[in-house]
Ligand binder design. Structure first.
Ligand SMILES: NC(=O)c1ccc[n+]([C@@H]2O[C@H](COP(=O)([O-])OP(=O)(O)OC[C@H]3O[C@@H](n4cnc5c(N)ncnc54)[C@H](OP(=O)(O)O)[C@@H]3O)[C@@H](O)[C@H]2O)c1
Length: 228
């Protein structure tokens, strides 16, 4: 392993941007601990990457599960150098007054509370280590708005606010950064754009640029809203 190899925790690795970034970071020689809910996809990835890269079935909305995952990962590998909160869901396109109550609640649980849970579980070890970068996946819809995705917009504006507040709190030498990935053809994009998602690049070409971006971040970027 090269001296520049970093230990990275990444949520939402089963498909889309998280999966492509997992593969790109591993390809570049970094060690990645990842999670998602889909047991089948995690099993497939584990067959490829175990034991060097621990991949686990964890629902970020469940703090008890996140906490025991983090305790085990930190005990085995130490504090992460880079914590990337990528896992998220989007509401089915609907005007706000037609969004099912449970669906709205799920978005808050995963996109906001899930990000908090993972940060709550891993960040103290990074602070003790005196270094580390937290990257929270935001969205164009964390800085602008559109019809039919109000719950999702609400969560991504929350991500921007939570991350920039956290940036004020971190000790010097660390950073928290809200990162808009751009527009990429994934299952999430297909949910809101339908076939229009075809016009956008796929996750694999995105992952190359995204890896350059996240690996170049430093404490100088603390609190800066960035875009891949
Ligand atoms: N694609 C875009 O154009 C775009 C634009 C702006 C922002 N983003 C942001 O980029 C990130 C990735 O989006 P994507 O397009 O790759 O979405 P995606 O294709 O739907 O993938 C989402 C990933 O998150 C995981 N996930 C969802 N809920 C989870 C939970 N409760 N616990 C653990 N993992 C969970 C999913 O796995 P499981 O279902 O197996 O749990 C999946 O691996 C998100 O934060 C999204 O908001 C994407």
């Amino acid at each position: 392993m090269s001296q520049d190899s970093r230990f990275i925790v990444l949520t939402g690795v089963s498909r889309g941007l998280g999966r492509a970034l997992l593969e790109e970071l591993i390809e570049r020689g970094h060690v990645v601990a990842g999670c998602a809910r889909s047991a089948e996809r995690i099993r497939e990835l584990s067959e490829r990457y175990h034991p060097n890269h621990p991949l686990d079935t964890v629902d970020v909305a469940n703090f008890a599960d996140v906490e025991s995952w983090a305790e085990r990962i930190i005990a085995e590998r130490g504090a992460p150098d880079l914590l990337i909160n990528n896992a998220a869901i989007i509401n089915r396109n609907n005007p706000l007054w037609e969004v099912p109550v449970d669906e709205f609640s799920d978005l808050m649980d995963v996109n906001i509370k899930g990000m908090f849970h993972v940060t709550r579980a891993f960040l103290p070890s990074m602070i003790t280590a005196g270094q580390g970068i937290v990257v929270n996946l935001s969205s164009g819809w964390g800085r602008s708005t559109s019809a039919d995705v109000a719950p999702y917009c609400a969560t991504k504006w929350a991500v921007e606010g939570m991350t920039q507040s956290l940036a004020h709190e971190l000790p010097s030498g660390m950073a928290a950064i809200p990162l808009n990935p751009g527009i990429i053809d994934t299952e999430m994009l297909r949910s809101c754009f339908g076939d229009g998602a075809n016009c956008y690049p796929g996750p694999e070409s995105w992952a190359n640029k995204a890896a350059d971006c996240v690996l170049s971040l430093s404490s100088r970027d603390n609190g800066r809203p960035l875009t891949v």
